[in-house]
Design a protein around this ligand. Structure first.
Ligand SMILES: [Ca+2]
Ligand SMILES: [Ca+2]
Ligand SMILES: [Ca+2]
Ligand SMILES: [Ca+2]
Length: 328
């Protein structure tokens, strides 16, 4: 059983990877990071949360670079104890390094390109049964039928799925499917529950540029909103879509953050949704841009959404990771 996170230390660390990163370099490690990573975990938190980031579905196609590190499966082979997001190479390395600063609390890996997602395969070191949380940021090739079943079985058995999609017609590798198609296929054809298991469907929208602070009714106390990494309240939409909720299909489907200007009790226009399936949890976010940290492999045009002052995007990602892993 995991005890509560060290709440006081967490926001300071999260900030160190954000706008405070410059101060970190200028002021020196000791000044900027007063708490020693790994020193704070309470007794009983001996087993780190195991988080797997998927890179087997064209997550680096086109300008995407949705990896935590170029070293895969183990990011620690690039740098064993990263402290700033550029210690690991990838446009979501800020997400990875934020967690990796707490080595006794989080252990990260990447499902590398060419490796299928499995559940219950003893020959796959990155088998989902070995992880607590699976992050899939904008898949651009479809999951196979076996992978869809594996993902849903993982969630059904208590796993947490953080699924991020991008806007309609965002087929970066021109294979005929984009993340909207791929998510909806997962939700409707998985061999475990094909009748809207999460109560969530991705809309076919392309919202070019908006900001939102439209929290769902009653969402202000949700652990993803009010978490150890700070309060999540706003986000950015930069080529984005939303989802539609069906509480008839799943009464636990809930919208935490709506697009601006829509009803915050409605079933449409949801930008960040949460739900459950079996013993597990899911978060669905309608845009890959907010977690783009702006730095990654050369050749990609990237924008820093992670630190964009119009959104509390790091908090959504990091509090969400904790909630999916049942730390909150
Ligand atoms: Ca790329
Ligand atoms: Ca594609
Ligand atoms: Ca986008
Ligand atoms: Ca980066």
């Amino acid at each position: 059983m995991r005890l509560p996170r060290p709440h006081l230390a967490r926001p300071a660390r999260a900030a160190a990877l954000g706008v405070g990163a410059v101060a970190l370099v200028a002021g020196g490690l000791t000044a900027a990071l007063p708490a020693v990573p790994g020193a704070a975990p309470p007794a009983g938190a001996a087993t780190p949360l195991r988080v797997l980031f998927d890179n087997a579905h064209a997550q680096t196609a086109g300008n995407a670079d949705w990896i935590i590190s170029t070293s895969q499966p183990s990011p620690y082979n690039q740098k064993s104890a990263p402290t700033v997001e550029t210690d690991w190479t990838g446009a979501i390395s800020a997400w990875g390094v934020s967690l990796a600063q707490y080595p006794t609390e989080y252990r990260l890996a990447t499902n590398p390109s060419g490796r299928s997602l499995t559940y219950g395969s003893t020959s796959n070191a990155q088998d989902l049964a070995n992880y607590d949380v699976l992050v899939i940021d904008e898949p651009n090739t479809a999951f196979t039928a076996a992978e869809r079943k594996a993902i849903m079985t993982f969630v059904q058995n208590g796993g947490g799925l953080y699924l991020i999609v991008d806007h309609d017609q965002s087929d970066r590798n021109n294979d005929g499917v984009d993340s909207v198609d791929i998510a909806n296929q997962l939700f409707s054809s998985n061999g475990v529950d094909d009748t809207n298991p999460f109560g969530l469907t991705v809309a076919y929208q392309n919202i070019s540029s908006e900001n939102t602070a439209n929290l769902g009714s009653g969402a202000s106390t949700h652990p993803v909103v009010k978490g150890a990494w700070g309060t999540a309240s706003t986000s950015i939409l930069r080529g984005a879509t939303t989802s539609t909720l069906s509480t008839a299909a799943n009464p636990n489907a809930k919208c935490l953050l709506y697009r601006a200007g829509v009803s915050n009790t409605g079933s449409t226009g949801c930008f960040i949704a949460v739900s459950t399936f079996g013993s597990g949890r899911v978060i669905l976010w309608g845009d890959s841009s907010p977690v783009d940290d702006g730095t990654g492999q050369s050749g990609n045009t990237l924008y820093d959404g992670w630190n964009d002052p119009a959104g509390t995007n790091a908090a959504w990602a990091l509090n969400g990771t904790d909630w999916l892993g049942r730390l909150s």
